[in-house]
Design a protein around this ligand. Structure first.
Ligand SMILES: NC(=O)c1ccc[n+]([C@@H]2O[C@H](COP(=O)([O-])OP(=O)(O)OC[C@H]3O[C@@H](n4cnc5c(N)ncnc54)[C@H](O)[C@@H]3O)[C@@H](O)[C@H]2O)c1
Length: 358
């Protein structure tokens, strides 16, 4: 099956092949909202991926996003060396919908029922639009959820680990493009100052990077001022001349037009599904811009969620594993260069090697 959809504002390309094991589409009994839970692959183990609650034009756009995001989770978990498959859930919010606290609770109880009905092939967690507190509501209906608040005995939100992994990827990318892992004095543009982008901005500013930052939410300008960063409007962020562009928003930021206007040497960020289409990986390479595949560099959060939930988890070992994402990013760059492929193809080969070995 191929789903065709209007492009942009989604973490999905224009067309999408269906190769998922199972997809549940349901209307929440309490919330009345359409939600989808996509299990892309359980080849390496139980599917693990967060729940996104987000605005879309149509419920089929939300479904397409869910299909694409769950497929990316299969690649992410495989490259990260986790014994986990790929899955994701998406709750469709029609534009203009504002959920009250009761409404959010209803949505999470509905999600819990949907996840429970799959019998454990998929475990959910937080993503854009959800939180550790909301996962505690999901846990009222199913045990197949992680990332609950620490005060409730959970392991908390994954954003620290995601930001640490992306930071390691930034150092690896900087080393590849300027020959130094020291960010001091180097120009870095961060688009999206949310949970991950905000953390990165703080650590990079503390390390002496020359930051330009941007967010569609103008309230984030306070953080920019606090850090002494330059502020740029979101539509111009990608045109700022710098060493690195760091996309940390939600949509498919790297379109052909955006790529043609970039004035950086590398792109490395937290956002999922950054490429508007596969061809964009080649467009980046043609322009000599090194791109860290998103599913490689933003795996810190899922590494944390998967491993910290295990009995006897060793947090120092998990932190070292998250930091090693920088080594994986560097290895992907080397493999792409040695084989004359894009970094996307090199990273996908790593994932497939693991999946094919099962
Ligand atoms: N939180 C995690 O642990 C994690 C893990 C893996 C991947 N990711 C991905 O990283 C990205 C960011 O995650 P987050 O948890 O920080 O989300 P978030 O919702 O906390 O922050 C996203 C921020 O980006 C801003 N934004 C959205 N579109 C933008 C645009 N076009 N230009 C500038 N700013 C824009 C939003 O206003 C918001 O401040 C998402 O794509 C998410 O799926 C997050």
């Amino acid at each position: 099956m191929t789903i065709t959809q209007p492009a942009m504002e989604l973490d999905a390309p224009a067309t999408l092949d269906f190769d998922h094991e199972r997809v549940l589409i349901a209307t929440g009994a309490r919330s009345g909202l359409v939600m989808s839970v996509a299990v892309h692959s359980t080849k390496l183990g139980q599917a693990l991926g967060g729940c996104r609650v987000w605005h879309y034009d149509t419920w089929t756009d939300a479904l397409a996003d869910c299909l694409r995001l769950s497929a990316a989770m299969t690649l992410k978990n495989a490259v990260a060396g986790l014994n986990r498959g790929g899955g994701k859930s998406v709750v469709y919010l029609p534009h203009g919908t504002v959920l009250s606290d009761v409404g959010k609770r209803d949505v999470m109880l509905d999600l819990g029922d949907a996840v429970e009905s799959l019998g454990g092939v998929y475990k959910t967690a937080e993503d854009v639009g959800t939180s550790a507190e909301l996962m505690a509501v999901v846990a009222e209906r199913t045990a197949y959820v992680c990332g609950l608040p620490t005060e409730r005995g959970g392991i908390g939100e994954p954003a620290d680990a995601t930001a640490a992994g992306v930071h390691a990827g930034i150092l690896a990318t900087l080393a590849a493009v300027v020959g130094s892992r020291d960010v001091a004095g180097h120009r870095i543009v961060i688009a999206g100052l949310g949970q991950v982008g905000g953390r990165l901005a703080r650590t990079l500013a503390a390390a002496g990077a020359r930051l330009t930052v941007s967010d569609v939410d103008r309230a984030k300008r306070r953080l920019s001022d606090e850090l002494g960063a330059a502020w740029v409007e979101p539509e111009s962020a990608h045109t700022v001349e710098a060493e690195l562009f760091v996309p940390c928003g939600v949509g498919g930021a790297l379109t052909p037009r955006v790529i043609s206007e970039l004035r950086v040497r590398g792109v490395v960020g937290a956002a999922n599904n950054q490429l508007a289409s596969r061809e964009c990986a080649a467009l980046l390479a043609e322009r000599g811009i090194l791109w860290a595949p998103d599913f490689v560099v933003n795996a810190g959060g899922v590494v944390y969620l998967a491993l910290a939930s295990e009995p006897g988890a060793d947090l120092a070992a998990i932190a070292a594993r998250v930091d090693a994402i920088g080594d994986t990013v560097a290895a992907v760059y080397q493999e792409a260069s040695a084989n004359g492929t894009t970094t996307l193809v090199a990273a996908e080969r790593r994932a497939r090697a693991r999946l094919d070995a099962v």
